[in-house]
Structures are given as structure tokens and as C-alpha cells.
Write a protein that binds this ligand. Structure first.
Ligand code: COA
Length: 254
């Protein structure tokens, strides 16, 4: 059974992450399903907005660590790349609706969205360094641009959680919206976008994303280092510790 629910209604594609018992941790199958749904709207000419949100008590706990652990040395991650590249290349505006938790790629993917609404309780974290990994999907390029080098360094070099007000202050969010109102707010924004002329909507987004070549180049550079990190002892120790619910052994995390 797929853990991604997609619906196209009134020119809007909604993608819902639905793996509640695992905090919507993203598996390879989920990435592929999301990639497929974004690729499918690419040339339909009628979809004018995308909403991404999570079921249950959070947006997502990030990449499924079982999948990371299984990948082994220098393994390719084609499904994740397919999704993130389809998201980065999406021609119509993407609205993220975030609540609870946005871990790892759950925060990274927000940098490729056009509107991000989050509830006041949301915790964001880019924990790659604490897993022996490195930033991915151009977050090491986009975050300093959005939040400044100093804040990006804090988030990426310490890998500690931060709240919605800090995320908003440093430019990651369109607005903070109470849980009871966030569905309506997101739907209103989607409706406003859908009412715009298609050519102007797509071209305005394209002009705003004029930096696509640099983003793509950084994704490639990060990817090589990410794959190398996946095969190193520090990452293996971090994954094993998480999966066996034990603390990391500092002797093996160097
Ligand atoms: N990959 C795989 N499984 C995950 C997961 C992930 N990223 N995040 C959560 N889960 C699973 C847990 O193993 C647990 O499964 P179980 O019920 O079979 O034991 C279930 O989801 C619920 O998570 P739990 O840890 O009990 O919830 P919590 O509220 O105490 O903590 C988190 C939530 C997100 C803080 C914690 O699960 C966590 O740190 N997850 C890892 C996040 C991460 O590092 N992601 C990778 C980023 S690159």
C-alpha cells in the first residue's frame, strides 16, 4: 500500500504523506510516488498549484533511516533524486503545509517550495551532521542565501531543532498559522493562484527560479559527498544507534 495520497481537484494537486505510525518517514517508494505525481502534472497544462502536507501529528521525520542503513557504500538513491529534482523543476507554485515536525529532507524540501505555512508548534531540524552525513539538495547553497551564513551555519553545523518563529524570522516561512486555520489558509492561497492566468503564473515562477543552474550544480556536488558519507563509519554508527534505540558510541562517531 502506498503511503502517499494524491488528489487533483480544481487544478490543484495535493500530495499527502501518510505513514503516521512512522511519523511520515519517507521511503524510496514514497519518493517515487511523489516524483511520479509531479512528473504527471508537468505537461497537463491544467494543474496550477501543488500542496504538500502530512497526515497525523507531523509533517515528516525525514528520510527513512532503515533505507539509509540498507543503502551501503556509495549506493545511488534514484527515487529521492527523482522527487527532489521534480520538485525543484516544478513549473507551478508549490505550497507546503507543515506541522509538528519537519526533519532533514522535510526541512530541505521547503527550500524548493514557493509558499510555506507552518503551525506555531512546528520543530524544524537539519540533523545531517549528527548522522555523519552532509547537507543535500542544495540546502548548503539555498539556506545561506535565505537565512544568511551565520544562521545557516548554526542550523547545519550544530544540527539542533529550531522553532517556527525562528524559521519565520529567517525567511523559511510565508506565515505561521494556527492548526485550526492552516487548511483554510493553504486552500485560500491555492485558490488565489489557480485564478491567475496560466502563462503569467508559470513564467513568473520560472523568472523567480532563475538560479536553477547553480542549484543543480550544488545538488550534484553535495550528492557525491553525501554518498561518500553514507558509506563511512560515523553514519553507519548513527543509523545502527537509531535503529537499535541506543545512544551513539562516540568512539565510532569520529
Ligand atoms: N526513519 C525510520 N523510522 C522512523 C523515523 C525515520 N526517520 N523517524 C521515526 N521513525 C519511527 C520510529 O523508529 C518509531 O518506530 P517504532 O514505533 O517501530 O519504534 C516510530 O517512527 C515513531 O517514532 P518515535 O521515535 O517513537 O517518536 P518520537 O515522537 O519519540 O520521536 C522523532 C520522533 C522524529 C524525533 C524521532 O523518531 C527521530 O529522531 N527520528 C529520526 C529523525 C531523523 O534523523 N531523520 C533522518 C533525517 S536525515
Amino acid at each position: 500500500m502506498s503511503h502517499i495520497i494524491t488528489e487533483i481537484r480544481q487544478h490543484c494537486l495535493t500530495i499527502t504523506l501518510s505513514r503516521k505510525d512512522k511519523k511520515n518517514a519517507l521511503t524510496r517508494e514514497m519518493y517515487q510516488d511523489m516524483a511520479n505525481s509531479l512528473i504527471a502534472i508537468k505537461n497537463d497544462g491544467s494543474t496550477k498549484a501543488v500542496i504538500i502536507k502530512g497526515d497525523g501529528d507531523c509533517f515528516t521525520a525525514g528520510n527513512d533511516i532503515n533505507d539509509f542503513a540498507k543503502q551501503g557504500d556509495n549506493a545511488e538513491v534514484p527515487e529521492t533524486a527523482a522527487f527532489m529534482r521534480a520538485l525543484a523543476a516544478c513549473e507551478v507554485p508549490v505550497i507546503a503545509q507543515v506541522h509538528g515536525l519537519a526533519v532533514g529532507i522535510g526541512t530541505t524540501l521547503l527550500l524548493h517550495c514557493d509558499f510555506v505555512y507552518a503551525t506555531p508548534d512546528t520543530r524544524f531540524v537539519l540533523p545531517f551532521i549528527n548522522l555523519g552525513l552532509v547537507p543535500e539538495y542544495a540546502s548548503s547553497y539555498l539556506l545561506p542565501k535565505i537565512a544568511g551564513h551565520i544562521k545557516a551555519s548554526e542550523w547545519l553545523l550544530l544540527g539542533e531543532p529550531f522553532g517556527a518563529s525562528e524559521a519565520h524570522q529567517f525567511g523559511l516561512l510565508t506565515a505561521i498559522v494556527e492548526q485550526s486555520a492552516i487548511d483554510e489558509k493553504v486552500n485560500q492561497t491555492a485558490e488565489k493562484l489557480i485564478a491567475k492566468p496560466s502563462f503569467s503564473l508559470r513564467q513568473t515562477k520560472s523568472l523567480l527560479k532563475g538560479d536553477a543552474d547553480n542549484v543543480s550544480q550544488q545538488i550534484n556536488e553535495e550528492f557525491d559527498i553525501f554518498l561518500e558519507a553514507l558509506g563511512r563509519g560515523a553514519a553507519k554508527e548513527a543509523f545502527d544507534a537509531f535503529l537499535n534505540k541506543r545512544p551513539i558510541n562516540p568512539e565510532k562517531f569520529k
